[in-house]
Design a protein around this ligand. Structure first.
Ligand SMILES: Nc1ncnc2c1ncn2[C@@H]1O[C@H](COP(=O)(O)OP(=O)(O)OP(=O)(O)O)[C@@H](O)[C@H]1O
Length: 258
């Protein structure tokens, strides 16, 4: 189910502004890849290029080649909705539909995809909530609004909603930045479990988090404000955090800049 992502010379623009320049990297299936680097170096832009969310903004475009198991995500005949279904996304702030019930939140994507049938939806909701480590906490209140959960529970609800449609890749854009340390650890545990099934790419500002959850780490940087972000180094997480090849990576992870 999990898929390999290959980026070759991926360059992304906001209008005339080049935000990332020629990013090339291969992201292995069933692994967690962390994108780290100083603010504005293009981590989120690259992440959103993977599932074609970048182009949603007026004037935003992507050049280069991005494939998922050798399938060109930007090919002319590709169904963008199918791409976004295959590549799920979890955002910085938990964004459940607040007045919708927990159950309806989880199955929202399935319903959009035309899945009907009470039993089918119930089974899918339970599976997704178990997968997101939330089932035990919510199984007796599935009819209650999603907005009534704690921040950490809401984020796990959003993860359940994402995995309910059975994507192959899960992109996470700073999924813990709005959460307390305990909820953060719960999400980190969950990420480690999810990689058995999915290819996971996570943007994080928290280097300890990158070190804890990821197998591979990509360090992005910019020369100066106004320049595009570039991929500086991409390697096993262990190597990036103990013995990086590039001086810039070392300066960043040791806190000398950024
Ligand atoms: N909607 C937008 N319109 C114009 N420029 C944008 C937009 N979003 C991001 N940018 C610019 O693109 C560059 C890369 O931004 P991006 O958000 O990808 O960086 P980031 O590394 O994820 O930053 P952060 O860590 O602060 O979230 C920045 O210079 C940013 O100002």
């Amino acid at each position: 189910m999990a898929k390999r992502i290959e980026a070759a010379g991926v360059t992304a623009y906001y209008g005339a502004f080049k935000a990332i320049d020629s990013v090339s990297m291969t992201i292995e299936p069933k692994s967690v890849t962390a994108l780290i680097g100083p603010s504005g170096c293009g981590k989120s832009t690259f992440l959103r290029s993977i599932n074609r969310m970048h182009e949603v903004l007026p004037g935003a475009r992507v050049e280069g080649r991005l494939t998922v198991d050798h399938q060109d995500v930007y090919a002319r005949d590709v169904d963008v909705t199918a791409v976004r279904r295959m590549i799920g996304m979890v955002f910085q702030r938990p964004n459940p539909f607040p007045t919708m019930s927990i159950f309806d939140n989880v199955v929202a994507g399935l319903r959009l995809n035309g899945v009907r049938g009470k039993a089918t939806l119930e089974d899918a909701a339970e599976k997704a909530l178990r997968g997101a480590n939330l089932w035990n906490e919510v199984k007796d209140r599935l009819k209650k609004p999603g907005g009534g959960l704690s921040g950490g529970q809401q984020q796990r609800l959003c993860i359940a909603r994402t995995i309910a449609v059975e994507p192959q890749i899960v992109l996470m854009d700073e999924p813990c930045s709005a959460l307390d340390p305990i909820s953060t650890l719960a999400i980190e545990d969950l990420i480690s479990q999810l990689k058995d099934k999915y290819t996971i790419v996570i943007v994080t500002h928290n280097m300890q988090q990158a070190a804890r959850v990821s197998d591979r780490t990509a360090f992005f940087s910019i020369e100066k404000t106004g320049d595009p972000g570039r991929l500086v180094e991409y390697d096993d997480t262990q190597k990036i955090f103990t013995n990086p090849t590039e001086r810039k990576t070392e300066d960043y992870i040791t806190g000398r800049f950024g």
